[in-house]
Design a protein around this ligand. Structure first.
Ligand SMILES: [Zn+2]
Length: 305
């Protein structure tokens, strides 16, 4: 509800809700929230893009709730049908959740329809827990729940700003949850926001807790390795390997390359990985086709017996 309002939904708006109403609570949750905001809801659910377009046109729908990727598909279909999504449809606000929202997807949808797209973070059990304001850059936490970021192994709260598992306590008398582990990773940003909301922000979805590996006391995630390596497009195949000798952890980045990399490149790689992972690593160049062909990015080879 707060999230939809921040996104631009207002009383009197007509909205389609493309989340499913069966086998998942998302449809009903958003239906309730839109109703409380006094928006008219058309429960279209997922599927049949042509029917969605017909409804968007016939009822002059201004709001969209659903996944951004599905809205992009609706827009592509509308263009195929010879329509102009900006002129023939009148969507002005879209609220997306249930999937990561890269800037490329957000921009494509906003440009296609000429609307404002904002995202929320939530789970099936907890509903929407955080949402973007007009300034973006993280999602404000709702006041309906108490959200903690904890060490996934010990359950202890992490210092602010560090990445850990999102754990939720819900203030819902009909469906109380106390310290429910979502399995999702995120971090809390306490810095103040220009929109004047005082609630801290969640940094968005940063991966799943079961993919986390603790090395030299720091959690590292395959996504962080991938992010660091995105700046080195010359190395398409790589693998970060964790080993342990004499009770010390070692992280080695293996890269496939035809020629041995320059010393400056190796230093740059080490630096970027240290920036992203907060721990040092060694770089090991190997011949093309020598790394296993699975797409594993982080390989924990330590044995604890
Ligand atoms: Zn804000």
């Amino acid at each position: 509800e707060e999230g939809l309002f921040a996104c631009g939904f207002r009383p009197g708006d007509v909205a389609v809700n493309t989340f499913s109403y069966h086998m998942t609570p998302a449809g009903m949750m958003f239906d309730d929230s839109l109703g409380r905001l006094e928006c008219a809801v058309i429960p279209t659910g997922i599927g049949d893009r042509e029917a969605q377009i017909e409804i968007l046109r016939s009822y002059s729908v201004t709001g969209y709730v659903g996944m951004a990727s599905f809205l992009l598909q609706i827009g592509q279909k509308a263009i195929e049908m010879g329509l102009d999504p900006q002129k023939d449809l009148c969507l002005k606000a879209a609220f997306s959740t249930a999937e990561p929202l890269p800037d490329s997807l957000r921009n494509s949808v906003q440009d296609m329809f000429g609307l404002i797209l904002r995202q929320g973070y939530g789970t099936a059990d907890c509903g929407c827990l955080a949402y973007e304001c007009n300034l973006r850059g993280g999602m404000h936490l709702t006041t309906r729940a108490y959200v903690e970021i904890v060490d996934p192994l010990t359950g202890k709260p992490m210092p602010n700003g560090e990445t850990g598992e999102v754990v939720v306590t819900l203030f819902n008398e009909a469906y109380p949850l106390i310290r429910f582990g979502t399995g999702d990773l995120s971090a809390i940003d306490e810095s103040s926001c220009g929109c004047k909301r005082t609630s801290p922000k969640l940094r968005g979805w940063l991966g799943r807790a079961d993919q986390l590996v603790k090395v030299k006391g720091m959690f590292i995630h395959p996504g962080l390795v991938q992010k660091a390596m995105a700046e080195f497009p010359d190395f398409q195949k790589f693998r970060a390997v964790v080993t342990r000798e004499d009770n010390r952890d070692y992280l080695t980045l293996k890269i496939e390359t035809a020629a041995p990399p320059e010393k400056s490149v190796v230093e740059a790689l080490k630096k970027r990985l240290r920036d992203h992972l907060k721990i040092g690593c060694e770089v090991f160049a190997c011949a093309p086709e020598s790394l296993p062909s699975d797409s594993k990015i982080l390989d924990d080879q330590r044995r604890w017996d």
